[in-house]
Design a protein around this ligand. Structure first.
Ligand code: MG
Ligand code: ZN
Length: 439
């Protein structure tokens, strides 16, 4: 887990990179689910990254203009009555003693105090457009400062997005972050292994989902990193399938895309296996193509490689395979150029992974694909999806396959953080063959 001193180092580095000015970071607004029920609160990743503070109604100020108040937190104050209902709060004192704030105030004083922090500050670092209500308050505070111009104070002249700096920092994982991600990945490994035990014909997709969630939670994961996809049979060809309510049948493949979040870090893993234990010939053929593509793409991950480069490696293996089995027409170059594979492989092979499942960080630098660096974490997730009614021969219809692992770029190449989740045909069939009759 990330230590308090690492949170402090992050703020220090942010302030050094920011230079002159004052930065504001806000918590995620509380969202109503229905009537008086709120959605589960999860802290904004940037705010958490800089503080480790996980309460709602929070505003963080980092300042290079106020030497005595480099870090200020506006928080929900202690309130015995409310805390009886909602649980303990750090409060103003805790914000200072536990989270390192040099000053802290109740969030109710934000409107009155914010203008003071913006006086004679030329550059305000604030990400406009995320939270309209807060945008209004910040712009209102600027207006208040401008109204005092005749007394000699000046208002901010520039508003700059501070997340550019934070997202660059988040892209490069420290050892503590990698450790935390490894923990998320090992919980996900347990969950996928368990899912292989319970999935079988005659059970519903949601029974597998329930097992995944149980294993996440039972191992200390706060929540899934994203909504789990449990797609059997033709549902495996629907990229964002979320209903997870089909009764699984003999002969189905089951596509599981599920990852635990742990300590605010995501894992993101997909496996596809036959619910009854053995791949059909057609399933095995396509599965092996996807697996070969995935292994080749993982192998291409090293410093200096790029995400489009890694995608091209996966794509070439996929398209060659599809030509070999007669789903696409040769030659390879023409198929790649005309993108005849698009009906079967329509998504990219990788995304950044970190605190968010589709993590922050620019994919391009000066319009060029960004070279990978040690400390970057990305997914490798090729797939093939033959929807029912596709143009190819009927034997392939309804087969959907994706294989996804999480890969850390290292100085010498890469490390697969999600190692040990079975994916070779032989391994998968062996594990399924050893399942007890009622798992
Ligand atoms: Mg995924
Ligand atoms: Zn993914």
């Amino acid at each position: 887990m990330v230590s308090p001193s690492e949170f402090a180092q992050r703020r220090q580095r942010f302030l050094e990179t920011m230079g002159a000015g004052v930065a504001l970071f806000a918590s995620t607004p509380v969202a109503i689910r229905n009537n008086d029920v709120e959605h589960e609160f999860r802290q904004d990743s940037d705010l958490f990254y800089l503080t480790g503070f996980d309460e709602p109604d929070t505003l963080l100020i980092l300042s290079n203009e106020h030497p005595e108040q480099r870090m200020v937190l506006f928080v929900r104050p202690r309130d015995p009555e409310r805390e009886t209902w909602d649980g303990p709060r750090a409060g103003v004192d805790g914000a200072k003693s536990q989270y390192g704030a040099s000053a802290a105030f109740p969030i109710s004083e934000l409107g009155q105090r914010l203008p003071d922090f913006l006086k004679d500050v030329r550059r305000l670092h604030y990400r406009l457009g995320e939270d309209r209500e807060l945008d209004d308050r910040v712009l209102g505070a600027i207006h208040d400062v401008r109204a005092k111009a005749r007394s000699g104070v000046t208002a901010p002249r520039e508003i700059i997005d501070p997340s550019v700096i934070v997202h660059e920092m988040r892209l490069r994982k420290t050892d503590a972050e990698v450790e935390t991600m490894l923990r998320a990945c090992s919980i996900t490994r347990e969950a996928h292994l368990r899912a292989m035990q319970v999935a079988r014909p005659g059970r519903h997709e949601y029974e597998v989902e329930a097992e995944l969630l149980r294993v996440f939670r039972a191992n200390g994961s706060e929540r899934p990193a994203y909504g789990s996809i449990v797609g059997s049979g033709p549902n495996a060809t629907i990229l964002h399938y979320r209903k997870n309510d089909r009764l699984m049948q003999d002969g189905d493949l089951l596509l599981l895309d599920a990852g635990a979040e742990y300590g605010y870090y995501a894992s993101d893993v997909t496996r596809t296996f036959p619910v009854s234990g053995r791949f059909s010939d057609a399933q095995r053929t396509l599965y092996q193509i996807v697996l070969d593509a995935q292994l080749a793409a993982i192998d291409a991950v090293r410093p200096g490689a790029t995400i489009p480069g890694v995608h091209a490696v996966a794509l070439e293996v996929l398209v060659k395979g599809l030509i070999r089995v007669g789903i696409l027409e040769a030659p390879l170059e023409a198929a790649l150029k005309a993108e005849t594979y698009k009906p079967y492989y329509m998504h990219r092979t990788s995304h950044w992974l970190g605190m968010d499942v589709h993590d922050v960080g620019d994919y391009h630098v000066n319009k060029e694909p960004r070279p990978l660096e040690p400390g970057f974490v990305l997914t490798i997730e090729p797939g093939l999806y033959v929807a029912p009614g596709s143009k190819c021969a009927p034997e392939w219809h309804g087969i959907g396959i994706r294989i996804e692992d999480d890969v850390l770029v290292t100085a010498s190449g890469h490390r697969v953080l999600t190692d040990g989740i079975p994916k070779s045909v032989a391994e998968v069939e062996q594990i399924l063959a050893q399942r007890p009759a009622s798992g």
